[in-house]
Design a protein around this ligand. Structure first.
Ligand code: HEC
Length: 178
């Protein structure tokens, strides 16, 4: 049994690329009717997600499931589990930081070691505070986890405190919060 598993960055990048393609294919619906469509007052941003009305954390988790899997169990050797992960259920600022700025380098989750990269979701036009709160509330209360909800205010505070940050977190940095 090998506890340490490492994933070459290349394979990880390829996976992310494949997922990006999938997401594009799913979201685009195929046809681009006209490149000349008047832009009116529509900003040149990505279409917003179709989460109707309030924020559905389970629906938002669709953005995570390709890697962490629908049941939160992850994928051995590639993507760590969110189920029974000490990084998910402890101090809420830890998963908030991971989602906002990403994570890179070696990390041990539920006894297995991973060494890869997760890209950030906190960029402009990506997940807002309420969305991060909703998805993390779902993750912290699903897959056998039973940690308290995360609020948009908590996410906003972490975002503000790290507004100058440009690189993903490392487990080493986050460990001090555990
Ligand atoms: C493209 C794949 C991918 C997607 C999509 C993804 N992650 Fe990750 N995630 C990773 C990888 C890889 C790591 C481990 C990074 C490392 O080795 O340092 C990780 C680590 C984590 C961790 C810390 C370790 C753990 O397992 O508890 C959390 C928390 C987390 N991700 C939450 C999320 C959430 C929430 C989403 C959706 C908003 C998400 N991730 C989307 C790949 C992904």
């Amino acid at each position: 049994m090998r506890a340490v598993r490492s994933l070459p960055l290349l394979r990880s990048a390829a996976t992310i690329g494949a997922i990006a393609l999938l997401l594009t294919a799913c979201g685009g619906g195929g046809d681009t009717p006209s490149a000349e469509t008047p832009s009116a007052d529509m900003p040149a941003a990505e279409p917003t997600t179709t989460v109707a009305g309030g924020l559905d954390g389970q629906a938002l988790y669709g953005r995570c499931a390709a890697c962490h899997q629908a049941n939160g169990a992850g994928l051995a050797g590639a993507f760590p589990p969110l189920s029974e992960s000490e990084w998910v259920t402890g101090d809420p600022t830890i998963p908030i930081k991971v989602v906002l700025h990403g994570l890179q380098g070696e990390i041990t989750v539920a006894g297995s070691t991973y060494n890869s990269v997760m890209l950030p979701y906190g960029g402009t036009g990506d997940m807002n505070d309420a969305e991060v709160a909703a998805v993390l509330t779902y993750v912290r209360s699903s897959f056998g986890n039973s940690a308290p909800a995360v609020t948009a205010d908590e996410v906003a505070a972490v975002r503000a405190a790290n507004s100058g940050r440009t690189t993903p977190w490392t487990a080493e940095e986050l460990r001090s919060l555990m």
